[in-house]
Design a protein around this ligand. Structure first.
Ligand SMILES: [Zn+2]
Length: 500
Protein backbone atom coordinates (compact mmCIF):
# COMPACT_ATOMS: atom_id res chain seq x y z
CA UNK A 1 0.00 0.00 0.00
CA UNK A 2 2.84 2.34 0.89
CA UNK A 3 4.40 1.85 -2.53
CA UNK A 4 1.13 2.71 -4.24
CA UNK A 5 0.81 5.92 -2.28
CA UNK A 6 4.39 6.85 -3.09
CA UNK A 7 4.06 6.39 -6.84
CA UNK A 8 0.64 8.01 -6.97
CA UNK A 9 2.43 11.06 -5.66
CA UNK A 10 4.77 11.37 -8.62
CA UNK A 11 2.02 12.70 -10.90
CA UNK A 12 0.98 15.10 -8.14
CA UNK A 13 4.55 16.29 -7.71
CA UNK A 14 4.98 16.84 -11.44
CA UNK A 15 1.72 18.78 -11.58
CA UNK A 16 2.86 20.87 -8.61
CA UNK A 17 6.08 21.90 -10.34
CA UNK A 18 4.17 22.61 -13.55
CA UNK A 19 1.78 24.90 -11.69
CA UNK A 20 4.35 26.59 -9.46
CA UNK A 21 6.68 27.36 -12.35
CA UNK A 22 3.93 28.13 -14.88
CA UNK A 23 5.09 25.29 -17.15
CA UNK A 24 1.64 23.88 -17.94
CA UNK A 25 -1.55 24.94 -16.18
CA UNK A 26 -5.33 24.64 -16.60
CA UNK A 27 -7.12 26.86 -19.10
CA UNK A 28 -9.35 29.58 -17.63
CA UNK A 29 -8.14 28.98 -14.08
CA UNK A 30 -9.58 32.27 -12.86
CA UNK A 31 -13.01 31.03 -13.98
CA UNK A 32 -12.62 27.67 -12.30
CA UNK A 33 -10.94 26.12 -15.38
CA UNK A 34 -12.36 23.85 -18.06
CA UNK A 35 -11.62 20.16 -17.83
CA UNK A 36 -9.28 18.66 -20.43
CA UNK A 37 -7.76 21.96 -21.57
CA UNK A 38 -4.30 23.24 -20.62
CA UNK A 39 -2.13 26.26 -21.33
CA UNK A 40 1.58 26.03 -21.95
CA UNK A 41 3.70 28.74 -20.34
CA UNK A 42 7.14 29.80 -21.54
CA UNK A 43 8.98 26.81 -20.08
CA UNK A 44 6.43 24.24 -21.27
CA UNK A 45 6.35 25.78 -24.73
CA UNK A 46 10.13 25.68 -24.94
CA UNK A 47 10.18 21.98 -24.07
CA UNK A 48 7.44 21.32 -26.61
CA UNK A 49 9.17 23.31 -29.36
CA UNK A 50 12.44 21.47 -28.74
CA UNK A 51 10.72 18.10 -28.77
CA UNK A 52 9.08 18.95 -32.10
CA UNK A 53 12.35 20.16 -33.57
CA UNK A 54 14.15 16.98 -32.52
CA UNK A 55 11.25 14.91 -33.80
CA UNK A 56 11.53 16.60 -37.21
CA UNK A 57 15.31 16.25 -37.30
CA UNK A 58 14.97 12.55 -36.60
CA UNK A 59 11.93 11.46 -38.62
CA UNK A 60 11.68 13.76 -41.61
CA UNK A 61 13.49 12.50 -44.68
CA UNK A 62 14.08 13.68 -48.25
CA UNK A 63 10.81 12.31 -49.53
CA UNK A 64 8.67 14.00 -46.85
CA UNK A 65 6.40 17.02 -47.38
CA UNK A 66 4.96 19.02 -44.50
CA UNK A 67 1.55 20.65 -44.46
CA UNK A 68 -0.25 22.85 -41.98
CA UNK A 69 -3.94 22.41 -42.49
CA UNK A 70 -7.19 23.88 -41.24
CA UNK A 71 -8.37 22.73 -37.83
CA UNK A 72 -11.98 23.13 -38.95
CA UNK A 73 -13.14 20.65 -41.55
CA UNK A 74 -16.42 20.49 -43.46
CA UNK A 75 -18.84 17.73 -42.54
CA UNK A 76 -18.34 16.03 -45.93
CA UNK A 77 -14.75 15.18 -45.06
CA UNK A 78 -15.71 13.55 -41.78
CA UNK A 79 -18.69 11.76 -43.31
CA UNK A 80 -16.30 10.21 -45.80
CA UNK A 81 -13.71 9.29 -43.17
CA UNK A 82 -16.40 7.69 -41.04
CA UNK A 83 -15.96 10.01 -38.07
CA UNK A 84 -19.49 11.43 -37.98
CA UNK A 85 -20.82 7.89 -37.72
CA UNK A 86 -18.19 5.87 -35.92
CA UNK A 87 -16.07 8.21 -33.82
CA UNK A 88 -18.23 7.52 -30.79
CA UNK A 89 -17.98 6.35 -27.21
CA UNK A 90 -20.79 4.51 -25.40
CA UNK A 91 -22.17 6.58 -22.54
CA UNK A 92 -24.77 6.14 -19.84
CA UNK A 93 -26.33 8.65 -17.45
CA UNK A 94 -27.53 8.23 -13.89
CA UNK A 95 -31.29 8.70 -13.77
CA UNK A 96 -31.05 10.51 -10.45
CA UNK A 97 -27.80 12.48 -10.13
CA UNK A 98 -27.28 12.90 -13.90
CA UNK A 99 -23.62 11.89 -13.75
CA UNK A 100 -22.40 10.65 -17.12
CA UNK A 101 -20.15 7.62 -17.43
CA UNK A 102 -18.39 5.87 -20.26
CA UNK A 103 -20.30 2.61 -20.24
CA UNK A 104 -17.33 0.45 -21.27
CA UNK A 105 -15.03 1.95 -18.64
CA UNK A 106 -17.69 1.58 -15.97
CA UNK A 107 -18.18 -2.11 -16.76
CA UNK A 108 -14.45 -2.75 -16.95
CA UNK A 109 -13.89 -1.11 -13.57
CA UNK A 110 -16.83 -2.87 -11.90
CA UNK A 111 -16.39 -6.35 -13.34
CA UNK A 112 -12.72 -6.33 -14.27
CA UNK A 113 -13.42 -7.68 -17.76
CA UNK A 114 -12.51 -6.37 -21.22
CA UNK A 115 -15.47 -5.08 -23.25
CA UNK A 116 -13.60 -3.27 -26.02
CA UNK A 117 -15.43 -3.61 -29.34
CA UNK A 118 -18.76 -4.65 -27.81
CA UNK A 119 -21.93 -3.17 -29.26
CA UNK A 120 -24.31 -0.77 -27.49
CA UNK A 121 -26.82 -3.62 -27.06
CA UNK A 122 -24.23 -5.91 -25.52
CA UNK A 123 -23.10 -3.21 -23.08
CA UNK A 124 -26.71 -2.54 -22.12
CA UNK A 125 -27.26 -6.21 -21.50
CA UNK A 126 -24.21 -6.47 -19.23
CA UNK A 127 -25.29 -3.43 -17.18
CA UNK A 128 -28.79 -4.87 -16.72
CA UNK A 129 -27.69 -8.45 -16.00
CA UNK A 130 -24.92 -7.50 -13.60
CA UNK A 131 -27.12 -4.86 -12.04
CA UNK A 132 -24.56 -2.09 -12.34
CA UNK A 133 -25.69 1.11 -10.65
CA UNK A 134 -24.40 4.67 -10.47
CA UNK A 135 -21.15 4.53 -8.47
CA UNK A 136 -21.93 7.94 -6.99
CA UNK A 137 -25.47 7.60 -5.70
CA UNK A 138 -26.37 3.96 -6.30
CA UNK A 139 -29.36 4.68 -8.52
CA UNK A 140 -30.32 3.21 -11.86
CA UNK A 141 -28.56 4.10 -15.09
CA UNK A 142 -30.18 5.13 -18.38
CA UNK A 143 -29.78 3.00 -21.50
CA UNK A 144 -26.36 3.17 -23.11
CA UNK A 145 -26.15 5.44 -26.13
CA UNK A 146 -23.49 6.61 -28.53
CA UNK A 147 -21.78 9.92 -28.01
CA UNK A 148 -19.80 11.45 -30.87
CA UNK A 149 -16.46 12.78 -29.69
CA UNK A 150 -16.15 15.54 -32.27
CA UNK A 151 -16.70 19.21 -31.47
CA UNK A 152 -19.34 20.49 -33.82
CA UNK A 153 -19.44 24.03 -35.12
CA UNK A 154 -21.01 25.95 -37.97
CA UNK A 155 -19.53 28.17 -40.62
CA UNK A 156 -20.74 31.58 -41.79
CA UNK A 157 -23.27 34.06 -40.38
CA UNK A 158 -26.24 31.93 -41.35
CA UNK A 159 -24.64 28.92 -39.73
CA UNK A 160 -25.82 26.85 -42.65
CA UNK A 161 -22.69 24.86 -43.15
CA UNK A 162 -21.99 22.18 -40.57
CA UNK A 163 -18.38 21.69 -39.68
CA UNK A 164 -16.22 20.06 -37.03
CA UNK A 165 -12.97 20.65 -35.24
CA UNK A 166 -10.74 17.98 -36.66
CA UNK A 167 -10.43 14.84 -34.51
CA UNK A 168 -7.08 13.95 -36.10
CA UNK A 169 -4.57 15.72 -38.32
CA UNK A 170 -4.47 12.83 -40.79
CA UNK A 171 -7.62 13.86 -42.68
CA UNK A 172 -6.05 17.11 -43.94
CA UNK A 173 -3.29 14.99 -45.43
CA UNK A 174 -5.62 12.67 -47.32
CA UNK A 175 -7.74 15.47 -48.73
CA UNK A 176 -4.58 17.35 -49.80
CA UNK A 177 -2.94 14.27 -51.27
CA UNK A 178 -3.76 14.91 -54.91
CA UNK A 179 -2.46 18.46 -54.96
CA UNK A 180 0.69 17.66 -53.01
CA UNK A 181 1.44 14.66 -55.21
CA UNK A 182 1.18 16.78 -58.34
CA UNK A 183 2.65 20.05 -57.10
CA UNK A 184 5.69 18.54 -55.42
CA UNK A 185 6.35 16.04 -58.21
CA UNK A 186 6.68 13.18 -55.78
CA UNK A 187 7.17 9.55 -56.63
CA UNK A 188 6.11 6.74 -54.33
CA UNK A 189 7.07 6.07 -51.67
CA UNK A 190 6.67 9.48 -50.11
CA UNK A 191 5.20 10.94 -46.96
CA UNK A 192 3.09 13.91 -46.02
CA UNK A 193 3.25 14.91 -42.38
CA UNK A 194 1.57 17.42 -40.16
CA UNK A 195 2.07 18.66 -36.63
CA UNK A 196 -0.95 20.38 -35.18
CA UNK A 197 -3.94 20.44 -32.88
CA UNK A 198 -6.68 17.87 -32.80
CA UNK A 199 -9.86 18.00 -30.75
CA UNK A 200 -11.85 15.30 -29.01
CA UNK A 201 -14.77 15.95 -26.71
CA UNK A 202 -13.68 13.31 -24.21
CA UNK A 203 -16.29 12.24 -21.69
CA UNK A 204 -13.93 12.18 -18.76
CA UNK A 205 -10.66 14.02 -19.34
CA UNK A 206 -8.22 13.08 -16.62
CA UNK A 207 -4.69 12.39 -15.47
CA UNK A 208 -3.28 15.76 -16.51
CA UNK A 209 -1.86 15.43 -20.04
CA UNK A 210 -3.02 11.84 -20.57
CA UNK A 211 -6.58 12.52 -21.67
CA UNK A 212 -7.07 15.97 -23.14
CA UNK A 213 -9.81 17.58 -25.17
CA UNK A 214 -7.35 19.37 -27.42
CA UNK A 215 -3.86 18.16 -28.02
CA UNK A 216 -1.00 18.13 -30.49
CA UNK A 217 -0.47 15.33 -32.94
CA UNK A 218 2.54 14.71 -35.13
CA UNK A 219 1.30 12.43 -37.87
CA UNK A 220 3.13 10.96 -40.82
CA UNK A 221 1.21 9.36 -43.66
CA UNK A 222 3.59 7.25 -45.73
CA UNK A 223 2.14 6.53 -49.19
CA UNK A 224 3.49 3.51 -51.02
CA UNK A 225 2.82 0.78 -53.53
CA UNK A 226 1.98 -2.42 -51.58
CA UNK A 227 3.40 -4.57 -54.36
CA UNK A 228 6.69 -2.76 -54.36
CA UNK A 229 7.16 -0.99 -51.06
CA UNK A 230 10.66 0.24 -51.89
CA UNK A 231 11.41 0.62 -48.18
CA UNK A 232 14.99 0.88 -46.83
CA UNK A 233 14.25 -1.57 -44.04
CA UNK A 234 17.56 -3.48 -44.36
CA UNK A 235 19.40 -1.33 -41.85
CA UNK A 236 16.89 -2.16 -39.12
CA UNK A 237 16.42 -5.88 -39.69
CA UNK A 238 18.60 -6.91 -36.73
CA UNK A 239 17.13 -4.36 -34.31
CA UNK A 240 15.21 -5.93 -31.40
CA UNK A 241 12.04 -4.33 -30.10
CA UNK A 242 9.77 -5.20 -27.12
CA UNK A 243 6.33 -6.47 -28.13
CA UNK A 244 3.25 -7.37 -26.16
CA UNK A 245 1.75 -9.95 -28.49
CA UNK A 246 -1.91 -10.66 -29.00
CA UNK A 247 -1.38 -14.14 -27.54
CA UNK A 248 -0.06 -12.72 -24.27
CA UNK A 249 -2.93 -10.24 -24.08
CA UNK A 250 -5.49 -12.99 -24.62
CA UNK A 251 -3.91 -14.92 -21.77
CA UNK A 252 -4.26 -11.81 -19.64
CA UNK A 253 -0.49 -11.66 -19.39
CA UNK A 254 1.69 -8.59 -19.59
CA UNK A 255 4.83 -10.44 -20.57
CA UNK A 256 6.90 -8.51 -23.07
CA UNK A 257 8.85 -10.46 -25.66
CA UNK A 258 11.74 -9.14 -27.71
CA UNK A 259 11.70 -9.70 -31.46
CA UNK A 260 14.08 -8.83 -34.23
CA UNK A 261 12.44 -6.62 -36.84
CA UNK A 262 13.21 -9.23 -39.53
CA UNK A 263 11.20 -11.85 -37.60
CA UNK A 264 8.13 -9.62 -37.39
CA UNK A 265 7.96 -8.64 -41.07
CA UNK A 266 5.51 -10.72 -43.08
CA UNK A 267 4.45 -12.31 -39.84
CA UNK A 268 2.58 -9.93 -37.55
CA UNK A 269 3.71 -6.83 -39.41
CA UNK A 270 2.15 -6.71 -42.86
CA UNK A 271 4.10 -3.78 -44.29
CA UNK A 272 7.82 -3.06 -44.36
CA UNK A 273 7.03 0.60 -43.90
CA UNK A 274 5.22 -0.16 -40.69
CA UNK A 275 8.24 -2.15 -39.49
CA UNK A 276 10.46 0.74 -40.56
CA UNK A 277 8.60 3.20 -38.37
CA UNK A 278 8.45 0.86 -35.37
CA UNK A 279 12.23 0.51 -35.58
CA UNK A 280 12.78 4.25 -35.89
CA UNK A 281 10.41 4.98 -33.03
CA UNK A 282 12.20 2.59 -30.72
CA UNK A 283 15.55 4.22 -31.51
CA UNK A 284 14.04 7.68 -31.10
CA UNK A 285 12.46 7.02 -27.72
CA UNK A 286 15.35 5.08 -26.20
CA UNK A 287 18.36 6.85 -27.68
CA UNK A 288 17.21 10.37 -28.43
CA UNK A 289 14.57 11.00 -25.78
CA UNK A 290 16.32 8.48 -23.50
CA UNK A 291 13.23 6.81 -22.11
CA UNK A 292 13.92 3.51 -20.31
CA UNK A 293 13.67 0.41 -22.47
CA UNK A 294 11.75 -1.39 -19.74
CA UNK A 295 9.06 1.29 -19.75
CA UNK A 296 8.35 0.91 -23.46
CA UNK A 297 6.48 -1.72 -25.40
CA UNK A 298 4.74 -2.13 -28.73
CA UNK A 299 1.31 -3.53 -28.05
CA UNK A 300 -0.10 -5.44 -31.00
CA UNK A 301 -3.63 -4.10 -30.89
CA UNK A 302 -6.24 -6.87 -30.65
CA UNK A 303 -8.46 -7.64 -33.67
CA UNK A 304 -11.57 -6.34 -31.92
CA UNK A 305 -9.90 -2.97 -31.24
CA UNK A 306 -8.49 -2.63 -34.75
CA UNK A 307 -10.51 -0.65 -37.31
CA UNK A 308 -11.91 -2.88 -40.04
CA UNK A 309 -9.80 -1.27 -42.77
CA UNK A 310 -6.53 -1.61 -40.87
CA UNK A 311 -4.10 -4.37 -41.63
CA UNK A 312 -2.65 -4.11 -38.14
CA UNK A 313 -2.12 -1.56 -35.44
CA UNK A 314 0.73 -1.31 -32.94
CA UNK A 315 0.54 1.10 -30.04
CA UNK A 316 3.84 2.23 -28.63
CA UNK A 317 3.08 2.44 -24.93
CA UNK A 318 4.98 4.02 -22.06
CA UNK A 319 4.66 2.93 -18.46
CA UNK A 320 3.65 5.95 -16.38
CA UNK A 321 4.34 5.08 -12.75
CA UNK A 322 1.16 5.11 -10.72
CA UNK A 323 -0.98 5.35 -13.87
CA UNK A 324 -0.02 2.39 -16.03
CA UNK A 325 0.73 1.71 -19.69
CA UNK A 326 -0.55 4.41 -22.02
CA UNK A 327 -0.27 4.84 -25.76
CA UNK A 328 2.18 7.55 -26.83
CA UNK A 329 2.34 6.62 -30.54
CA UNK A 330 -0.31 4.85 -32.57
CA UNK A 331 0.87 2.90 -35.60
CA UNK A 332 -1.78 2.01 -38.14
CA UNK A 333 -1.60 0.32 -41.49
CA UNK A 334 -4.53 2.20 -43.03
CA UNK A 335 -4.24 0.36 -46.35
CA UNK A 336 -5.97 2.26 -49.19
CA UNK A 337 -9.02 2.98 -47.06
CA UNK A 338 -8.71 6.75 -46.67
CA UNK A 339 -7.84 7.64 -50.26
CA UNK A 340 -10.50 5.22 -51.52
CA UNK A 341 -13.25 6.58 -49.35
CA UNK A 342 -12.35 10.19 -50.21
CA UNK A 343 -12.27 9.24 -53.91
CA UNK A 344 -15.74 7.83 -53.58
CA UNK A 345 -17.27 10.69 -51.61
CA UNK A 346 -15.55 13.61 -53.36
CA UNK A 347 -15.77 12.03 -56.84
CA UNK A 348 -12.14 13.04 -57.37
CA UNK A 349 -10.02 10.17 -58.52
CA UNK A 350 -7.21 9.83 -55.99
CA UNK A 351 -5.50 6.93 -57.68
CA UNK A 352 -2.12 7.52 -59.23
CA UNK A 353 -0.48 6.36 -62.42
CA UNK A 354 2.96 4.87 -62.00
CA UNK A 355 3.76 1.43 -63.44
CA UNK A 356 0.02 1.00 -63.32
CA UNK A 357 -2.99 2.87 -62.03
CA UNK A 358 -3.72 2.24 -58.34
CA UNK A 359 -4.60 3.81 -55.01
CA UNK A 360 -1.53 4.03 -52.76
CA UNK A 361 -1.46 2.28 -49.42
CA UNK A 362 -0.74 4.20 -46.24
CA UNK A 363 1.17 3.46 -43.07
CA UNK A 364 0.70 5.96 -40.29
CA UNK A 365 2.67 6.65 -37.14
CA UNK A 366 0.74 9.13 -35.01
CA UNK A 367 2.56 10.76 -32.09
CA UNK A 368 0.76 12.29 -29.12
CA UNK A 369 3.02 15.20 -28.25
CA UNK A 370 1.57 16.07 -24.83
CA UNK A 371 1.74 12.46 -23.65
CA UNK A 372 5.36 12.29 -24.78
CA UNK A 373 6.06 15.47 -22.79
CA UNK A 374 4.44 13.85 -19.76
CA UNK A 375 6.57 10.73 -20.30
CA UNK A 376 9.64 13.00 -20.31
CA UNK A 377 8.48 14.50 -17.01
CA UNK A 378 7.98 11.06 -15.45
CA UNK A 379 11.25 9.69 -16.78
CA UNK A 380 13.34 12.65 -15.66
CA UNK A 381 11.76 13.52 -12.32
CA UNK A 382 14.36 13.34 -9.51
CA UNK A 383 14.44 14.15 -5.84
CA UNK A 384 17.26 15.23 -3.58
CA UNK A 385 17.18 18.20 -1.18
CA UNK A 386 14.94 19.67 -3.90
CA UNK A 387 13.16 18.07 -6.82
CA UNK A 388 14.32 18.60 -10.38
CA UNK A 389 14.06 17.32 -13.95
CA UNK A 390 17.07 15.59 -15.46
CA UNK A 391 16.14 16.29 -19.11
CA UNK A 392 18.71 15.65 -21.83
CA UNK A 393 20.30 19.09 -22.53
CA UNK A 394 18.72 19.35 -25.99
CA UNK A 395 15.25 19.01 -24.42
CA UNK A 396 15.80 21.33 -21.48
CA UNK A 397 13.85 24.59 -21.61
CA UNK A 398 17.12 26.52 -21.23
CA UNK A 399 20.62 25.25 -21.78
CA UNK A 400 22.61 27.52 -19.49
CA UNK A 401 21.84 29.81 -16.59
CA UNK A 402 24.31 32.56 -15.73
CA UNK A 403 24.41 33.75 -12.10
CA UNK A 404 26.46 36.18 -10.04
CA UNK A 405 27.82 34.50 -6.89
CA UNK A 406 26.97 37.54 -4.78
CA UNK A 407 24.96 40.67 -5.36
CA UNK A 408 27.93 42.99 -5.73
CA UNK A 409 27.84 45.59 -8.49
CA UNK A 410 31.08 44.54 -10.21
CA UNK A 411 30.16 40.84 -10.05
CA UNK A 412 26.70 41.45 -11.47
CA UNK A 413 28.17 43.55 -14.27
CA UNK A 414 30.70 40.83 -15.08
CA UNK A 415 27.90 38.24 -15.03
CA UNK A 416 25.82 40.30 -17.45
CA UNK A 417 28.80 40.67 -19.74
CA UNK A 418 29.40 36.90 -19.68
CA UNK A 419 25.72 36.25 -20.28
CA UNK A 420 25.88 38.38 -23.42
CA UNK A 421 28.87 36.42 -24.69
CA UNK A 422 27.01 33.13 -24.24
CA UNK A 423 23.95 34.63 -25.85
CA UNK A 424 25.89 35.28 -29.04
CA UNK A 425 26.51 31.55 -29.29
CA UNK A 426 23.43 29.94 -27.78
CA UNK A 427 20.80 32.61 -28.46
CA UNK A 428 17.59 32.40 -26.47
CA UNK A 429 18.73 29.23 -24.70
CA UNK A 430 20.56 31.28 -22.06
CA UNK A 431 18.99 32.78 -18.99
CA UNK A 432 20.38 35.36 -16.56
CA UNK A 433 19.21 35.65 -12.99
CA UNK A 434 20.51 37.70 -10.07
CA UNK A 435 17.29 37.87 -8.10
CA UNK A 436 18.20 35.53 -5.26
CA UNK A 437 20.96 33.85 -3.27
CA UNK A 438 23.11 31.44 -5.27
CA UNK A 439 21.67 28.36 -3.51
CA UNK A 440 18.14 29.35 -4.40
CA UNK A 441 19.15 30.18 -7.96
CA UNK A 442 20.64 26.69 -8.38
CA UNK A 443 17.50 25.11 -6.97
CA UNK A 444 15.26 27.08 -9.31
CA UNK A 445 17.41 26.22 -12.33
CA UNK A 446 17.52 22.53 -11.42
CA UNK A 447 13.78 22.39 -10.86
CA UNK A 448 13.04 23.21 -14.50
CA UNK A 449 15.90 21.05 -15.74
CA UNK A 450 18.60 23.54 -16.81
CA UNK A 451 21.68 21.31 -17.24
CA UNK A 452 24.44 23.93 -16.76
CA UNK A 453 24.87 26.88 -14.42
CA UNK A 454 27.70 29.37 -14.85
CA UNK A 455 28.63 31.30 -11.73
CA UNK A 456 30.60 34.51 -11.88
CA UNK A 457 32.72 35.27 -8.79
CA UNK A 458 35.65 37.40 -7.63
CA UNK A 459 38.18 35.31 -9.47
CA UNK A 460 36.32 35.95 -12.74
CA UNK A 461 37.22 39.61 -12.35
CA UNK A 462 40.89 38.64 -12.24
CA UNK A 463 41.27 35.90 -14.87
CA UNK A 464 37.91 35.52 -16.66
CA UNK A 465 37.41 31.96 -15.40
CA UNK A 466 34.19 30.90 -13.74
CA UNK A 467 32.55 27.77 -12.38
CA UNK A 468 30.33 25.54 -14.45
CA UNK A 469 27.94 23.50 -12.34
CA UNK A 470 26.33 20.29 -13.57
CA UNK A 471 22.70 19.81 -12.64
CA UNK A 472 22.76 16.02 -12.32
CA UNK A 473 25.67 15.56 -9.91
CA UNK A 474 26.02 19.16 -8.65
CA UNK A 475 29.76 18.99 -9.40
CA UNK A 476 31.52 22.22 -10.24
CA UNK A 477 34.58 22.91 -12.34
CA UNK A 478 36.58 26.03 -12.93
CA UNK A 479 36.76 26.76 -16.67
CA UNK A 480 37.22 29.59 -19.09
CA UNK A 481 34.73 30.69 -21.72
CA UNK A 482 36.01 28.52 -24.59
CA UNK A 483 36.17 25.40 -22.41
CA UNK A 484 32.62 25.90 -21.17
CA UNK A 485 31.30 26.41 -24.70
CA UNK A 486 32.91 23.15 -25.75
CA UNK A 487 31.35 21.26 -22.81
CA UNK A 488 27.92 22.68 -23.57
CA UNK A 489 28.15 22.04 -27.30
CA UNK A 490 29.23 18.44 -26.71
CA UNK A 491 26.16 17.85 -24.58
CA UNK A 492 23.95 18.65 -27.56
CA UNK A 493 25.30 15.88 -29.76
CA UNK A 494 22.92 13.01 -30.33
CA UNK A 495 24.61 9.73 -31.14
CA UNK A 496 22.36 7.04 -32.46
CA UNK A 497 23.18 3.38 -32.86
CA UNK A 498 20.74 1.81 -35.30
CA UNK A 499 21.46 -1.64 -33.89
CA UNK A 500 19.76 -0.55 -30.68
ZN1 LIG B 1 -26.10 8.85 -9.64
Amino acid sequence: MLIVIKIMESLEKIINICLRRGIIFPTAEIYGSISGFYEFGEIGKRIKDKLIKIWKDFFVEENFVEIEGSIILPKDVLDASGHTKSFVDPITKCKKCQTIYRADNLIEEKLNIKVEGKSIEELNKIIKEKNIKCPKCGNELEDVREFNLMFKTSVGPLAKEEAYLRPETAQNIFISFKRIYKAYRKKLPFAIYQIGYSFRNEISPRQFLIRLRFFTQAEIEMFFNPENENCPIEKYLELEIPVLTREEQRKGSNEIKWFKIKDLIGNVIKSKWQAYFLAKEFIFFTQVLKLSKDRLRFRHVLEEETPFYSAGNFDLEYYFEGIGWKEIVGNAYRSDYDLSTHSKHSKEDLSIQEEKKFIPHVVEPSFGIERIILALFFENYREREWSYFSFPPYLSPYLVAVFPLVKKKEIIEKAEETYKKFKEIFGRDIIFDSSDSIGKLYARADEIGIPFAITIDYQTLKDNTFTIRYRDDKKQERVNFEESVKIIENSLKIDVDIKG
